[in-house]
Design a protein around this ligand. Structure first.
Ligand SMILES: Cc1cc2nc3c(=O)[nH]c(=O)nc-3n(C[C@H](O)[C@H](O)[C@H](O)COP(=O)(O)O)c2cc1C
Ligand code: SF4
Length: 487
């Protein structure tokens, strides 16, 4: 089993907050310009799905309020949540798979521009994902879903029995026997829910992904440009299609798997198609995994080479994450789909405060530092964004000084306090609401409920104009910061 090596340690809490002058001299609040990416500071809000799009995947008023609130904190960049590139229903997840989504996205861009006084560059993460089904009730699985084979018939001694009887006998075997009788994939479909893989090349739509994905990503990126975004982040991380192409677990034998070169082929072809479809100033970068954190998955040895190849291809930034895979996800309840942040690799992606001996902070820092060094050694200046556990100025500044990254991503800390970097820059670091890393927000995400933060979602529910959840029990955006408290 994969074990995380020893890493840099950081402590919890606010750390020492700088004075306004110290903040002004810091790396965190210094500009960065590299290729197409120009930011006034090195502050970045990575993609976070808030489960607020309409059922048809359009921008809703709640989505507008979510990003407007982040924008009032004036981070240098916000990456809009994972947004589907296909024109297929996916519940209240944002979509960009058709031109009809452009006007809503335009409104989002305008909102962020206004709310941040044009200080925040808005990017959008574009994603493809394969089919995943809910965990079935065993009776339904054996009655309807399982394709009966000779092996099943042999297992229940019923080579001449009618299929319905074979199904009944299989169902009656019980869990211990099912594990022995079913193939690995059949058992997975029963215990976790059916899930497609990029290696299922017997399925024509999976076999043809290398042909279908480049135009889908390219059209989505063009729509993002038409809507006014500054750029796109290609989602090559976590449990989704493009990360699966990059993974060592991708054993396709059609030139799109196996060797690292083969695994990189689809992601690089997608990038080429995207680059060609958009204007010369439009930013195109990607998010990928510094480590997959699953048995048989990519380790640093692979990901340093992947980072260099992506930089060499001309990516405008490289943003790292870690883990978050289906491979080791916990068994969901019957009727629910597996969630890729529930197993050990999920922990690596979004560690909770209650943690192992290494603590939850900065687990992605050391591997990202190695990747960045390799990218620089290969002669590329591509900016690197690192995310994971950042919650105070000291930690963010340390990463920049140590060459872990060029830009600091903070997801949950930005949710806990969308004004956190603005407060620090104003010398009011003591007023930052520090994320407690309890993963209350992530639990809401897992239940597909509107994401909020426990540090503020019960505050001032009666405030005029406060936007609330339909049950009226939680506010949807953080209360306003009225500027530094007077001493
Ligand atoms: C509610 C929630 C939704 C998320 N959605 C996405 C997403 O759409 N795309 C993505 O790449 N990462 C997503 N993440 C992962 C974060 O971007 C980030 O990598 C992770 O939370 C670790 O960073 P942090 O310690 O700063 O929170 C999500 C995280 C949370 C808490
Ligand atoms: S809910 Fe908990 S983990 Fe999530 S942002 Fe708030 S304090 Fe942090």
């Amino acid at each position: 089993m994969w074990r995380p090596p020893e890493r840099i340690r950081y402590s919890a809490g606010p750390g020492r907050a700088p004075t306004r002058d110290e903040a002004a001299r810091s790396l965190l609040f210094s500009p960065i310009r590299s290729g197409r990416l120009a930011l006034a500071q090195r502050t970045w809000v990575p993609a976070m799905v808030p489960w607020r799009a309409t059922e048809d995947g359009f921008v809703s008023d709640e989505i507008i309020a979510w990003y407007e609130r982040f924008a009032r904190g004036r981070p240098s960049a916000i990456v809009v949540e994972a947004t589907g590139i296909r024109d297929t229903p996916s519940g209240p997840l944002l979509r960009i798979g058709h031109d009809r989504f452009i006007p809503g996205l335009q409104r989002l861009v305008e909102t962020v521009r206004r709310a941040s006084d044009d200080r925040t560059r808005l990017l959008i993460q574009i994603i493809d994902f394969l089919t995943i089904r809910r965990r079935p009730d065993p009776k339904t699985y054996f009655d309807r879903f399982l394709a009966i084979t000779e092996a099943h018939r042999r297992a229940v001694g019923g080579e001449d029995l009618p299929e319905s009887e074979v199904r009944e006998r299989l169902f009656e075997l019980g869990e211990a026997e099912w594990r022995q009788t079913l193939t690995g994939r059949e058992w997975e479909a029963l215990s976790h829910g059916y899930r497609e893989r990029v290696t299922d090349i017997d399925l024509p739509h999976i076999r043809d992904l290398p042909k279908s994905l480049p135009p889908l990503f390219a059209a989505a990126a063009k729509r993002a440009e038409d809507a006014g975004f500054a750029g796109v982040e290609l989602h090559y991380a976590h449990a989704y299609t493009m990360a699966s192409f990059l993974s060592r677990t991708n054993t396709r034998e059609d030139g799109y798997g196996g060797s690292l070169e083969g695994r990189l082929r689809a992601p690089l072809e997608v990038f080429d198609a995207v680059r060609t479809s958009v204007g010369k100033d439009f930013v195109v970068g990607c998010r990928f995994l510094a480590e997959e954190c699953v048995a048989g998955g990519n380790e640093l040895e692979d990901t340093t080479r992947i980072g260099v190849a992506l930089a060499q291809a001309g990516m405008d930034f490289l943003s790292t994450s870690r883990g978050g895979k289906f491979d080791d996800a916990a068994r969901p309840p019957i009727g629910a789909a597996a969630y890729p942040y529930t197993g050990p690799s999920g922990y690596e992606c979004m560690p909770q405060y209650i943690s192992d001996a290494r603590g939850p902070f900065g687990r992605n820092a050391a591997p990202t530092q190695v990747i960045r060094r390799a990218v620089r050694a290969a002669g590329f200046e591509t900016p690197v964004v690192c995310t994971g556990g950042v919650h105070n100025f000291e930690m963010a500044e340390r990463w920049l000084q140590d060459g872990v990254c060029d830009i600091v991503g903070a997801a949950r800390q930005s949710l806990a306090d969308p004004d956190w970097t603005r407060k620090i820059a104003a010398g009011a670091g003591a007023e930052v609401r520090i994320c407690e890393f309890t993963n209350y927000c992530e639990a809401l995400d897992q239940k597909h409920k509107q994401v909020t933060c426990q540090l503020w979602d019960r505050d001032a529910l009666d405030e005029p104009g406060a936007m609330l959840t339909p049950d009226g029990k939680r506010r949807l955006v953080a209360p306003e910061w009225r500027g530094p408290r007077q001493a």
